[in-house]
Design a protein around this ligand. Structure first.
Ligand code: ASP
Length: 282
């Protein structure tokens, strides 16, 4: 039987109580995995050392996952990962692996293994999805969802994720280069100087703008955005609404964004816009 690759990064699923809260535990996942594998299933576990809370996952980790996935001779991959940045990793792997021949299934849980919560069910679902269709997926709370447009919408409930459909994306870049990017949120009253100070440190940014694509009538802010784009800082707008996306021509209050050269992220989640922008700059 062909090999299953498990990339174990950490996350609540394998955590145990520690002095300051839940922290990665040794051998928790491996103990739960062994009795669940079909007879004869060959498995290779690539384990992050140390295992991490997903708050610590970043572009270098996405590159490491991509290296492992692309080098593997396997029929499926399970990436065990914390839920807090699952949507970022789902967006990153989906964007960098558009032509996958095997399933890559993200797996995590809201409650650790062995505590009567969601972990065992999510692991079983991931093991079954890893024998299914190619692509990048999240197996969570009984659903197998495309990982490109994930939103973690609940910080406690077992049904913590939904996935918004996303269009295709093509880029020659397959790894995340050493660039400076961030997601910035426009808020009522924010000053042009504050946005300028942030943009001065960045090669690109996702701008969470209002509604269908508007911003405040602040000429100084428009000038800051224009100057950033003119010096090569790529700006990509997404909506602060979870669903629906942008409609650039809908409101006069959006005209300043597009005139400044801000890109239209359409229906992208902030996580997906960040991953795509990052690859675009890589
Ligand atoms: N803080 C945890 C993490 O993201 C939460 C989880 O896994 O559910 O690693």
């Amino acid at each position: 039987m062909a090999e299953l690759l498990i990339i174990y990064t950490g996350g609540t699923i394998g955590m145990v109580p520690g002095p300051t809260g839940l922290q990665p535990g040794q051998g928790v996942l491996e103990a739960a995995l062994a009795p669940r594998l079909p007879a004869g299933q060959r498995v290779r576990v690539e384990r992050f050392d140390p295992l991490v809370d997903s708050a610590n996952i970043g572009p270098a980790d996405w590159n490491r996952m991509l290296d492992l996935i692309e080098a593997a001779d396997c029929t499926g991959v399970i990436v065990v990962h914390g839920t807090d940045t699952m949507a970022y990793t789902g967006a990153a792997l989906s964007s960098a692996l558009p032509d996958l021949a095997v399933p890559v299934v993200l797996c995590g849980a809201m409650v650790p293994l062995g505590q009567g919560g969601d972990a065992e069910g999510n692991l079983d679902l991931a093991l079954s999805a890893a024998q299914g269709a190619p692509g990048v997926w999240l197996a969570f709370a009984g659903k197998v969802m495309p990982a490109a447009g994930l939103v973690k919408h609940d910080s406690h409930a077992a049904d913590a994720f939904r996935s918004h459909p996303q269009g295709p994306f093509r880029t020659p870049a397959r790894r995340f280069a050493d660039r400076r990017l961030a997601v910035l949120t426009l808020t009522p009253g924010v000053s042009a100087q504050a946005i300028e100070a942030m943009l001065a440190t960045l090669d690109g940014a996702v701008l969470r703008v209002f509604g269908a694509g508007t911003m405040m009538a602040n000429p100084a802010l428009g000038a800051v955005l224009h100057a950033a784009v003119a010096r090569g800082c790529r700006l990509r707008a997404v909506s602060q609404c979870e669903a629906g996306g942008l409609e650039p021509a809908a409101y006069a209050a959006g005209a300043g964004l597009w005139a400044a050269g801000v890109e239209n992220g359409g229906t992208e989640t902030p996580e997906l816009a960040l991953a795509r922008l990052w690859l675009g700059l890589s």
